[in-house]
Design a binder for this molecule. Structure first.
Ligand code: GRF
Length: 210
């Protein structure tokens, strides 16, 4: 019985497309608003749902709405936040399955929005992308995979975002497929990774680099 995955999106959907290009078939795609990602998912024939964020109702009501959209057809084996830009609170975490997110920095550095700008402002030599387990604490869950991206002296926000996005599109499918195959397990919120997992991430990071 193959494992099922729901994908949460908010915008452009480039990470969703990278997942699908890598052979991941979403059980459903859910977003907080009508967006390019949802329109693309509909054009691909995937089940979709939009749960609008209503500021006056607050995060708990929104998180409950996302929980209900995910579980309307039963729990998936995995939920992936792919460019999902909303904070999820306790009502969402009634989910039993693991939830993973792609973040455009080497966590724990540069949590939250604007991670790429913060890396530029800090003039770091290296930043990158992280896939991590999602917990109630923002961008703080156990780290599954990372790929470094060097900051060039002439980088601006656009050039750095572009290079980080390129590695996101490699890292997220790599980690999601490992979870779907059972190479990586999550037990009581703890990650169980294969002994050679770091080497596998290093190889992934160097693939396709001249
Ligand atoms: C990506 O940089 C991702 O890391 C962040 O949202 C950005 C857009 O992602 N969470 P996408 O193109 O919508 O997948």
């Amino acid at each position: 019985m193959s494992r099922t995955v729901d994908v949460l999106v908010s915008g452009r959907g480039s990470n969703l497309r990278a997942l699908v290009d890598a052979g991941v078939v979403p059980r459903q795609v859910i977003s907080d608003k009508e967006c390019e990602a949802i329109y693309w998912a509909q054009s691909m024939g995937f089940a979709t749902a939009v749960v609008p964020f209503e500021r006056e109702l607050g995060r708990d009501a929104f998180s409950d709405g996302i929980f209900r959209a995910v579980t309307r057809v039963g729990e998936p084996d995995l939920v992936v936040c792919a460019g999902f830009m909303r904070i999820l609170t306790q009502p969402f975490f009634r989910l039993k399955c693991p939830v993973v997110n792609i973040h455009p920095s080497l966590l724990p550095a540069f949590k939250g929005a604007n991670a790429q700008q913060m890396a530029l402002d800090a003039a770091v030599l290296v930043t990158g992308a992280t896939v991590h387990l999602v917990t109630e604490e923002l961008d703080a869950g156990p780290i599954i995979g990372q790929i470094p991206v060097w900051r060039y002296a002439d980088d601006d926000l656009e050039s750095l975002q572009k290079r980080i996005l390129e590695v996101e599109h490699k890292l997220l499918p790599f980690c999601v497929q490992a979870l779907m195959r059972g190479d990586i397990e999550v037990s009581d919120g703890k990650l169980l990774v294969p002994r050679d997992w770091t080497q596998k991430c290093m190889i992934l990071a160097t693939e396709g680099r001249g």
